[in-house]
Structures are given as structure tokens and as C-alpha cells.
Design a protein around this ligand. Sequence first.
Ligand code: NAD
Length: 399
Amino acid sequence: MLNGEKKMERPFRWAMVGGGRLGQVGYKHRIGALRDNTAYQLVAGAFDIEPARGKDFGINIGVDEERCYPDYKTMFTKEALRADGIEVVSIATPNGTHYEICKAALEAGLHVICEKPLFFTSEEGEEIKALAEEKGKIVGVTYGFSGNQMLLQMRAMIEQGLIGDIRVVDLEYTHGFNATDKSDKVSEAQKWRVDPKIAGPSFVLGDLSTHTYYMSQLIMPNMKISRLLCDRQSFISSRAPLEDNAFVLMQYENGAVGRLWTSSINAGCMDGHRIRIVGSKASLEWWDSKPGELRYEVQGEPIQTLIRAMPYLDDLCNADERLGALHQEGLSESWANIYLKIALAIDAKNRNDEETLKNLIYPDIDAGINGIRWIENCVRSAENGAAWVEFENKKSISI
Ligand code: NAD
């Protein structure tokens, strides 16, 4: 169980790019990084595309005025001159900016934690991976739901053969918040999501399904997709060519099959994030809306609901437990688990401790590149008239 005690010599001096006053995801980064007082200290930021608002915001969340910078380039330059300069930076800006900021951060000698989808192309991903290796730095990716320990419970149960051979993978990440075009007109965060110059080659495939795809890899590290078929739609026509709905059919190398539905036009749906793995003996199912529960359904037996923090769960799962049974955990703890593991990876990298790095399960640069490849394969299929395509670069996450 985690209790906030220090796991490295001292907290890393941490900064953010983006995630300012109007940013949707910024607070989740801070809640994740600062959950324990022992892994990160927020000491600087270029929080906003508008410098004055970014500075005001930074001061309001307790950052020294002189370390609230007008832009990331100034921050990297000025911080490099300080004896107590930043060591790690998180990038919580729109997709189209990730590549250049990530590259500049690595060149400035910083470890990086970046939002998904990581970049627009897998070539950019490979380039940044090579740069990170050259500089001896970690690039982590904030697949924010993936720190939920019940996913590790699923992984452990599958590994132990409790559901038998995997036959069907059923994934969904949908919501209804963009069922009309109103959000495209009024929300700054939605406007860029449907602009290919800023969002990249996809909307919901990148915005939503990259999370679920990574989570499926985390749960089933040995399952590799051999072919897929993606059919995508723009029900709000002004969003074309980007999709607000997509179906993906998958075939896996071991003969299993899968389907994924991702959508932001699932009208009335508040949180349709679900993973069901069907094996030859039993099935496992997890819903984001009940993150502390895992359904274990053995054919012919009463359905079981496994509950977070109980001693019958696997050690792999309970090692990430923070609050203990009786109390609720959720997205905040999931982010905290991811941020802590990335801190442990940074600490290990700084000490050249390859053994620790090898054994840490966290969304690393490979997970980010795999997410880009997922999008590339889906878009290639969709643009070929929803044709079956060979899954290119079927590399699994490095775990
Ligand atoms: P947003 O539009 O709500 O916020 C973007 C923030 O970045 C704003 O504060 C803006 O001022 C700032 N910004 C933009 N360009 C900047 C620059 N060059 N320098 C400094 N600041 C800059 O966007 P959002 O919804 O918070 O999404 C940001 C990123 O996070 C996207 O890549 C998105 O896909 C991702 N995201 C991830 C999750 C998750 O669960 N991991 C959730 C939401 C969003």
C-alpha cells in the first residue's frame, strides 16, 4: 500500500507547459503529481498561451512570480541558468504542439511527461524516442485512467490463466458531450479538437480510444493485433474529415477478435468507458464509472464483483492502493499512480538503474508511439473504405 513516504532522495523540481486557468486537463496533472509531497514540487510554468493570464494563474497556485514564464522557450532557457532549475516538465497543451515542446524540453536536458495523443506521426515518435535515449531522459505519457489498480488485477488474473484463453476483446470509450455542434462553437478546447491542423489525423480515435487501446495493452501485454478494420463517421458534418464516431474491428495474432466503439455523439451518455475481456473459462469487465469494482464472471457460477483494496486481490494491484478498503478511490489516485511511476522511472534513469526501469509498469514513450500507430492504422483503414488492413508496427508496450 502507498502511504506517501518518499521513494527517491528528494522530489523533482517540476514545471508545466499549458494546463492553465482555462485548460481542461491541467488540474489532473497537478493532482497526480502533487498527491504525495515526495515525488514532485511545482516550481515553474508557462501555463498559458496568453502570458499575462498564465502568470496570474501561476501566482494563484503558489508558483514564484519570477518563475511564471511567458512561453516555454523562455522557461527552458532561464531555468537552465539556475542552480535549482527544473528537472521535469509536463506538457498539457493541444496535440499539435506536443512534438516541438517535447523536442525542446529534451534538448534542454529535461525529463518529459506529455499528453496523449503523443504526436501526429509515428516517425516523430521514433525521432523523439531516439533523442530521449541520446539524452538519457524519460518520456512518460499521461494515459490518465491507466493508473487504476483494478486494471493490474485484470492483468494478474489473465496472466494466472483464470479466464482461460482470450477469445473476445470488447472495448468502449464513448460520451455524448459533442452530440450537437454547439460545443464546437463555444468551447475553446473543443474547437481545436476538430481542427486537423491542431488535433492531428483524428478526433475521437486519438482523443478517447488511445486511452482504451493502451489500457487493453496494459491488461494483455502479450496480445498483438494482426489486422483491423475501422469505419469512422462525422455525424456533425463540419467536423469532417475528423470523426466524431468510429467502430474498429480487430483480429489478434492468437485468433482472438475484438471490437472498439469510440464516440463523442453517444447522446445522453455521461461516461461510457468499459473494458470486457472474454476468455474460454470466464470474463472480466471494468467500467470507469465504477473504478473500484471488477466483475469476474465464471461460466456456470454466480457472478462475482471484486472490490478494490481487499486482501484477496493480487499484490500487483494492492501495491498501488492508497486509501484502503471502505473509502473510495478514483481518477485522482489513478493519475497519482502514473505520476509516481514516472517519477520512479526518472529516478532510476538518473541512477542508470536499468533493472528497476525494466520492471516498472507505466506509460512510457513506446506506449505513446503505440497510440500513434493505433491511430495511423485506424485512419488508413477508414480512408480505404473501411477495409481490413494489416496492423503495421505491431510492437507491444515495453513492460
Ligand atoms: P485546453 O484547450 O482545454 O487547454 C490547453 C491549455 O494549454 C490552455 O491552458 C492553453 O492556454 C495552453 N496552451 C496552448 N498552447 C500553449 C503554448 N504553446 N504554451 C503554453 N500554453 C499553451 O486543452 P485540454 O483539453 O486541456 O487538452 C490538452 C491536452 O491534454 C491535449 O493533448 C488533450 O488530448 C490532452 N487531454 C488528456 C486528457 C487525459 O485524460 N489524459 C484529458 C483531457 C485532455
